[in-house]
Design a protein around this ligand. Structure first.
Ligand SMILES: NC(=O)c1ccc[n+]([C@@H]2O[C@H](COP(=O)([O-])OP(=O)(O)OC[C@H]3O[C@@H](n4cnc5c(N)ncnc54)[C@H](OP(=O)(O)O)[C@@H]3O)[C@@H](O)[C@H]2O)c1
Length: 326
């Protein structure tokens, strides 16, 4: 690393072109904080929402990114859990992960076990903890249930398919291309619908007209009405993302046609307590180390090329996880 660390910044919200690399200087850790030399950074769709303005950032100019892994370089007063040289990761920080160096509260970091590389941690922490929260703590699913997973070959999607499959759940996925279909089928999906034109009819067909117990919808505006149509009696829509834009409001009476449930979970609310954060990360790491979760890193970009990573993610050219390398 150069003496003056660099980070991706943006001064105004907009397209990928608003992102630029700047020297930001070194920051010393304050009380309860840890300074990290970052070795790999995870790219997530929430970064697009922050950059575009769909989700507000605390202030502009701003950094970007919520997930990374690296090595502790200094600790502030009062930090006893970590020391210089420790390998740590995080998923779900305030925007600012697209950086060579970062200072964060110690209580938001997780120690990285042997066998979990920096790159792997950056690829899986935020996405994997999201999947843990969705499957284990949002709506209960049982072996034999059938569910719908949109964007099944995406960063979250491939992990979600595997986690559900490991639980004995039958997964119907949607993707945009045959290539993505193959990837999702190789990562736990049982059936794949290519394209969104007729996914409601296909899901009805594949479930003998009954519909699915849960629809995991990360696409939002273009798919939420159809996902509701796909639900079985007393089924649940988990609307957890907006890749196609903010969904239209849902008329509560729509839910009366099947006594349906709707929730809009946010990872941060499921890892708010340190004990929850550590337990969720542990479940993800155990999944990887036991072989139950395979991590597909589909794309790698240099940190300076973060804008290119965003172009790829937003134009649906990516599959699996995307990482930036400082
Ligand atoms: N609620 C939470 O706490 C939480 C936490 C983490 C992630 N998420 C959400 O989970 C979703 C997945 O995140 P990710 O980072 O893993 O991204 P991703 O799924 O790898 O990328 C998004 C995928 O969405 C699909 N898509 C469909 N319509 C799209 C459109 N109009 N524009 C762009 N993509 C479209 C594409 O797959 P196809 O080409 O196959 O259609 C695309 O590859 C995002 O919606 C994200 O916001 C939510």
């Amino acid at each position: 690393m150069r003496s003056m660390p660099s980070a991706i910044r943006f001064d105004r919200t907009g397209g990928p072109e608003v992102l630029y690399l700047a020297e930001v200087g070194s920051e010393a850790p304050g009380p309860g904080q840890v300074q990290i030399r970052q070795r790999a950074i995870g790219v997530n769709f929430i970064d697009v929402y922050h950059r575009s303005g769909l989700y507000a950032v605390p202030g502009l100019p701003s950094g970007l990114g919520s997930e990374a892994a690296g090595v502790v370089t200094a600790v502030g007063p009062g930090v006893s859990e970590f020391k210089p040289g420790d390998r740590v990761g995080y998923g779900g920080s305030a925007p600012g992960a697209y950086a060579e160096q970062r200072v964060l509260p110690a209580d938001r970091l997780v120690p990285l076990p042997d066998g979990i590389s920096d790159e792997l941690a950056a690829a899986i922490l935020l996405k994997g903890m999201t999947v843990e929260a969705l499957v284990e703590r949002t709506v209960p699913v049982r072996s034999g249930d059938t569910v719908l997973v949109h964007a099944a070959a995406g960063g979250v999607g491939l992990l979600l398919c595997q986690w559900l499959s490991n639980r004995g759940v039958r997964v119907i996925g949607t993707v945009s291309t045959e290539q993505k279909a193959e990837l999702a089928l190789a990562h736990g999906a049982d059936e794949i619908v290519v394209g969104h034109d007729d996914f409601v009819a296909r899901v009805r067909e594949l479930t003998g007209g009954r519909g699915v117990r849960v629809a995991y919808d990360s696409i939002g505006r273009t798919t939420v009405p159809g996902s509701i149509e796909c639900l079985a009696l007393r089924g649940a829509l988990i609307a957890y993302g907006n890749a196609s834009g903010k969904p239209e409001p849902i008329d509560v009476l729509t839910l009366a046609k099947g006594s349906l449930f709707v929730t809009r979970p946010v990872l941060f609310h499921y890892i708010a307590e340190r004990s929850e954060l550590l337990a969720s990360a542990r479940a993800v790491f155990e999944g990887v180390l036991s072989g139950g979760l395979r991590v597909h890193i589909g794309q790698r970009f240099a940190l300076a090329d973060a804008a290119k990573a965003h172009v790829a993610l937003e134009s649906r050219q990516t599959s699996g996880a995307t990482v930036l390398l400082p």
